[in-house]
Design a protein around this ligand. Sequence first.
Ligand SMILES: NC(=O)c1ccc[n+]([C@@H]2O[C@H](COP(=O)([O-])OP(=O)(O)OC[C@H]3O[C@@H](n4cnc5c(N)ncnc54)[C@H](O)[C@@H]3O)[C@@H](O)[C@H]2O)c1
Length: 334
Amino acid sequence: MRRPPQARSPERQSASDQAKRTDATEIDQRQPNATLPPLTLFFDLTDNKDFPMSIQTVGIIGAGTMVNGIAQACAVSGVNVVMVDISDAAVAKGLATVSGSLDRLIKKEKITEADKAAALSRIKTSTSYDDLKGAQLVIEAATENYDLKVKIVKQLDGMLAPEAIIASNTSSISITKLAAVTTRADRFIGMHFFNPVPMMALVEIIRGLQTSDATHAAVHDLSTRLGKSPITVKNAPGFVVNRILVPMINEAFFVLAEGVATAEDIDAGMKLGCNQPIGPLALADMIGLDVCLAVMDVYLQEFGDSKYRACPLLKEMVAAGQLGRKTGKGVYTY
Ligand SMILES: NC(=O)c1ccc[n+]([C@@H]2O[C@H](COP(=O)([O-])OP(=O)(O)OC[C@H]3O[C@@H](n4cnc5c(N)ncnc54)[C@H](O)[C@@H]3O)[C@@H](O)[C@H]2O)c1
């Protein structure tokens, strides 16, 4: 059953505001001449005072689709990068992908040859985690697998400087849970980039329950220096964007299954009526219907709310192997 959002009632708001006022009044009455210490004193208790407020060197784990884009975004913004993967072939391919992407920007006259050379000079590739030792931030963006990510973040935790921050680019794994396997849970955070990273302005910055304000501030600052527009998100399944996007796609399958409109008209409706650049069904074909179904199943399990049940038509199409563009047939035929 769908539940309306729980709005905070004006009564409750004013009661809590009243409580705050009462607290302040009580402090004033107890110590009429005392000057209250700055609020930051309360927030800084767990924070290291030598915290790197300006991150200059970023380590990135994995040299796949996402890491190439993150490395490029960092390097063109003047941030040094150490890109580490498990194989030499992967890092060589990763660097070649960045080089090709910069060539396309030169052709579009967005950067010069000199900009490209400067950006590439900032990227160091390696297959050894030892080369990450000088990084103030390491972004884990390896294959999406919980056990693998736990292994990687434990390894990073054991070798990085105590003040270094670890971030994960995971799409679906709990940041709070990953942070908890390290000894620096306050210096652990999610940085969810969007594909293709050099083109997409958004970074979801995900705060685990333990993430400190200083960690959030350092990562927020870096994200804006990369030219991104970050949003801050509390750790929760799907974070913000996928939490809204994938159920919308699922609803489009219900609308299609009920014969309310054709696939073409559903997509045209959402493009023309909501200014979406691509219709939800065409987007499902791009993402992969199996991925959409898996995400809905995670939400159903994690939230225990039937509003996240997958559309039977989506399940049928996945069972038939009609997964979208990657199989040549999904909602549309390719
Ligand atoms: N592809 C997307 O659209 C997208 C978008 C947002 C977030 N993400 C997330 O980003 C992460 C990476 O996704 P991707 O699409 O780039 O994956 P990918 O499969 O393209 O690349 C993963 C890389 O990780 C490497 N790797 C595996 N184990 C490693 C280890 N122990 N140490 C170092 N490297 C290792 C692999 O060799 C591979 O090169 C995932 O967590 C994914 O959920 C992906």
